[in-house]
Design a protein around this ligand. Structure first.
Ligand SMILES: [Zn+2]
Length: 310
């Protein structure tokens, strides 16, 4: 039996022990053996009593551990074995990767929640640029990269699923490009009755009632992510615009148009999307997805006419 002087290395100055754990083998004794036994135990290998004595049980545990890690199973705890043990027993990094929440954010949004988003993305290694509270193209690119890395739909919109993966809880007010605030007060008509509504821009430049605009912009982004471009030919219409269309209809030179004051386009909830018929990929995408965003087809003869009816 080789009881070696080196086994007393456990008594070497602490600094040396911290820099490189001593090589331990059968009959080694001391604090380093206790550490070894604790680590074996933590890694799921039974070293027997944790007593600072490198006996047969500890030897068997070291050999079993080495074998499990593809190391030479010589029962001697040298640098490779220590390294593997440290790796096996290192505390798992506790980066919170789920459980976050916050307001829905997309390009154009401004506010403290955007700043928090940018800081978080930067912290996680996704370059969102300067954390200035303004959701620009760089932030959008970072969001998309993050979503892709997390197996989410890379639409660049920070909704509940993305917040969950970001792992931070954020509150605060946001100004979104449409729907969330801003908006322009106009006179709309519902069933012939004038009423004040607020309209906001939608992708492509037309306007809708602000809540419908926000929903449409979400739908537009989702469609874009699926390779579908939702081109809108008509959205909110003023009384004058509806009069012109109605006159064309009466003259036989335009599509069916509701009497001025009675079109849902004048209420700001209707839009005509360039679907090109019911056989196209655009139409099929809408048929399968529009309801998720609160949109429905309401005129049987017009596959292009959709209304926001959440
Ligand atoms: Zn229409």
């Amino acid at each position: 039996m080789v009881a070696i002087a080196r086994s007393t290395a456990a008594l070497a100055p602490r600094t040396a022990a911290a820099a490189a754990p001593p090589t331990l083998r059968l009959n080694s004794k001391g604090a380093a053996v206790t550490t070894l036994q604790n680590k074996l135990k933590a890694a799921g290998f039974n070293p027997g009593a944790v007593d600072g004595q490198f006996g047969p049980k500890t030897l068997a545990a070291v050999k079993a551990f080495q074998k499990a890690k593809g190391l030479e199973a010589d029962g001697i705890a040298g640098p490779k074995t220590w390294s593997a043990l440290n790796k096996a027993t290192a505390p798992k990094p506790s980066t919170p990767t789920s459980g976050g929440s916050g307001p829905t954010l997309r390009e154009g949004a401004r506010g403290e929640p955007v700043r928090a988003l940018q800081n978080r993305l930067n912290q996680l290694g996704f370059n969102a640029g300067t954390a200035d509270g303004s959701f620009g193209p760089k932030t959008e690119a970072a969001v998309k990269a993050f979503q892709k890395a997390k197996g989410l739909t890379a639409d660049g919109i920070v909704g509940p699923k993305t917040w969950d993966k970001l792992g931070i809880k954020v509150t605060g007010s946001v100004t979104n490009p449409s729907g969330g605030g801003g908006g322009r007060a106009v006179t709309g008509y519902v069933n012939g009755v004038p009423r004040n509504i607020t309209v906001s821009p939608i992708a492509g430049g037309k306007v809708m009632r602000s809540d419908a605009a926000a929903a449409f912009n979400r739908m537009h982004a989702a469609a874009k992510a699926a390779g579908i471009n939702l081109h809108v030919n008509s959205a909110f219409r003023t009384m004058e615009e509806q009069r012109v269309l109605y006159q064309k209809y009466l003259n036989g030179t335009g599509n069916l148009a509701a009497k001025p004051g009675y079109s849902n386009h004048q209420g700001g909830i209707a839009l005509d999307i360039n679907v090109g018929g019911t056989g196209t990929s655009t139409y099929k995408w809408l048929a399968n997805n529009a309801s998720r965003f609160g949109f429905a087809r309401t005129v049987p003869s017009e596959p292009w006419h959709w209304e926001y009816r959440p």
